[in-house]
Design a binder for this molecule. Structure first.
Ligand code: PLP
Length: 365
């Protein structure tokens, strides 16, 4: 008898999340200098973090012998001021990945199910399967969420629907009006987890106010993160805004000190740095145009993206990825998302994008 056989079947069936290859790992494998490597694999902010966040983090390190404020009073206060919500509506997570896990922990169990789209964020099936719940994967429409099909897939045992908007890895975007219509249609026994990890990158005409919908839809949870546009991926902070009863349940099951003091301080300082957010969005907008122009020139198919990354079709994705790695460029293969012929590249600084484009040209030659 192996010790692993003692774990529930649904745990043993889980396939671990595959992260982007770290720079240090590629440097070791290829024997090349870390400084010469361009990593465009994890949708990180190429500008780094805001100066305000950096200063707050450095100051917070001085108090690191103390436990963090498990209630996250100061960060919650800042979030309430920014979004016009009450502290009781908030859950602070160790990254928004933690939020997705906490929602699953609070609402899923064996015998229940969650609905999500094909080609959607990999954590949805992981968080569902880890609770012994059944995942219902709905076919995608043009690589994005088919909300009508998702509504139709809901069954009496369904407790959670996950929606990423924009979606990762496809970058597809569902307009606010369609989401609102979907919420009106979803039965109230289903929690709709609206994962807005990239919402700060949306163009002005794409923006919608999901937080305002909370008053009408007690079964809505809005999930956001400091990892992407705020540039704090390594610190791990995200948050949920939801009905107080939903937030209360999630706060009961989370670890008492799930977010570090340094992370809390940096997030609070970063939150209102609108100049940094605007600059990040502008770098992204230009970088996206740079990459799309290259795909067009190279005759490659790509999926129009509302995020800080873009997914493009190369056919032999394994071979092209290897050729890029040999040139010190890290992008993300997405075979695990059911897209074995595609690669996802994050938008970098202009010179990083240029390095990627040149390496891609070589790889395809
Ligand atoms: C990156 C990402 C997240 C989670 O990131 P955290 O670092 O855990 O906040 C959540 N959802 C989507 C769709 C993402 O791409």
């Amino acid at each position: 008898m192996s010790i692993a056989s003692l774990a529930p079947d649904y745990i043993r069936a889980i396939m671990a999340y595959q992260p982007g290859k770290p720079i240090s790992e590629l440097a070791r494998e290829m024997g090349i200098a870390e400084e010469s490597i361009v990593k465009l694999a994890s949708n990180e902010n190429p500008l780094g973090m805001s100066v305000r966040a950096r200063d707050a983090a450095i100051t917070a390190i001085g108090e690191i012998s103390r436990y963090p404020d498990g209630g996250a009073f100061a960060l919650k206060k800042a979030l309430c001021a920014r979004f016009g919500v009450e502290p009781a509506q908030l859950v602070i997570g160790n990254g928004s990945n933690d939020i997705l896990e906490l929602a699953s922990q609070a609402f899923l169990a064996p015998g229940l199910s969650a609905v999500y789209s094909r080609h959607a964020f990999a954590v949805y099936p992981l968080a569902t399967n880890a609770r012994g719940a059944r995942g219902i994967e709905v076919a995608a429409k043009n690589f994005g969420h088919d909300l009508d099909a998702m509504a139709a897939a809901i069954e009496p045992q369904t407790r959670v629907v996950f929606i990423a908007n924009p979606n990762n890895p496809t970058g597809t975007f569902v307009p606010g009006a369609e989401l609102e219509a979907f919420l009106a249609e979803v039965p109230r026994h289903v929690l709709v987890v609206l994962d807005e990890a990239y919402t700060e990158y949306l163009a002005p005409e794409q923006r919608y106010d999901s937080i305002a919908w909370l008053a009408r839809f007690p079964n809505l949870l809005v999930s956001r993160t400091f990892s992407k546009a705020y540039g704090l991926a390594g610190l791990r902070v995200g948050y949920a805004i939801a009905h107080p009863e939903v937030a209360d349940l999630m706060n009961r099951v989370r670890q008492p000190f799930n977010v570090s003091s340094v992370a809390l301080a940096a997030a609070e300082a970063a939150l209102d740095d609108d100049e940094f957010l605007a600059r990040s969005a502008e770098v992204n907008r230009r970088g996206m145009a740079q990459l799309v122009a290259a795909f067009r020139e190279l005759g490659l198919e790509w999926i129009p993206s509302a995020g800080n990354f873009v997914t493009f079709k190369v056919g032999d994705a394994i071979g092209v990825n290897q050729a890029l790695l040999r040139q010190g460029v890290i992008v993300r293969p997405i075979a695990a998302y059911g897209m074995p012929h595609w690669l996802r590249v994050s938008i970098g600084l202009p010179e990083e994008n240029a390095r990627f484009i040149e390496a891609l040209r070589q790889a395809l030659a």
